[in-house]
Write a protein that binds this ligand. Sequence first.
Ligand code: TYD
Ligand code: MG
Length: 466
Amino acid sequence: MAKTYTQYVCQQCGYTSPRYLGRCPSCNAWNSMVEETVTPPSKQKQRTVRGLIGKSEPIKLSEIKEDGDERIHLPIGEFARVLGGGIVPGSIVLIGGDPGIGKSTLLLQAAMELSKKERVLYVSGEESERQIKMRAVRLLRDSKGEKLSIPEKLYLVTETNLDVILAHIQSLKPEFIVLDSIQTTYLPQMESSAGSVSQVRECASRLRELAKSSGISVFIIGHVTKVGTIAGPRVLEHIVDTVLYLEGDRFQAYRLLRSVKNRFGPTSEVGVFEMQDRGMVEVKNPSEAFLAERVVNSPGSAIAVTMEGTRPLLVEIQGLTSSTTFGNPRRTPNGVDFNRLLLTVAVLSRRVGVRLADQDIFVNVIGGLKISEPAADLAIAAAITSSMRDIPVRADTALIGEVGLSGELRMVGQMDARLREAANLGFKRVIVPKRLRGKRAWKADIRVVEVRSLRDAIKQAMLEKE
Ligand code: TYD
Ligand code: MG
């Protein structure tokens, strides 16, 4: 048998070093190196790997058959949208997210939908069979609270040894597999503990081999974990075809399923769900949901139109200013980028003449959404100014535009889609940056007010008498 040795592996990025290092030279993370035992691959292992893949041979690209865009229909529309329209056979999808955010719930729901037609194996290393059964029963209620029956083709196994799991897959021959979670799964041949970078990576590559050679679609659940403890889904991103993150505020009901990598579809696509007592319920019209609790005509609130992937979303942004009591004024963003907030505040003070130097500023995006797009700058600026001056933003007006350093309003992309969404939700006016090129009619039934500067935009938004 080959001699084993130990090495130190960064649990953040997978960098290896023969000795301990306080700081990973590759990703600069502190205290992330963990000792792992390595057994050099023996001849026997190499043989099994070759046996799995079979003989490979170069063939002409032109001679490869096209399957078209063959996808398996997934009845959960928001999930399917994030995957790019359905499940690609033989694909391997990683779903990451904080513990308790709803990954197991969502995948159990997907498994139950899929198992109405195909055979599905749900592998759990986290919960017992009874716990999963209890959850399944809870999820199987329709909107009126009526019980639905559990699909016959859904199989369950609680197992963490990947060799055993693979054997189950061979005998059961399912169409889909859900593995909950990659951090609890291990290969007994490897010395390191379950959840370490090398285990997680090796298990995932085994599953990839399985998916590619058999056409089974695999869903892997991975926890995003605190720094350095166990390996997060980050090390897996290049192994899998699609990476989805489930995110959201734990104290709010909305959950966003976001694609950050997708070999079979667009990225940055977002699916919106609401966590209810019968599981994750699709939110078909998220803008409407995000605006549901809006108090019309109250100061400090503005409506932004942001794009999440290809979908426009209207969100309420709230701003609050209050006099600073001690020394430094504070800027507290919730859901918007800190630096964009600082920039917007600086432009407001210098170019628009809103005095904010002695004000604490709080900005909040309603619904637990995180906006990284500059197109929301104008709404952030308007919400802050509105609170500062105690004048409400007009209730029938939505705001779009990036704020530039000289106080100008800059154009953003996909205007037509944004305008259409605002019109759909009953907004009458929308304030947008002035077009400098390409004049054509806006393709939406809404009054479009084009302005050049942030100052004008805010004036238009609040209809101040100045
Ligand atoms: P879970 O799917 O176990 O999270 P994860 O797998 O990402 O760790 O979700 C757990 C949370 O979801 C838990 O706090 C309870 C809540 N929940 C509901 O609100 N409604 C439901 O129907 C279910 C099944 C869970
Ligand atoms: Mg779970």
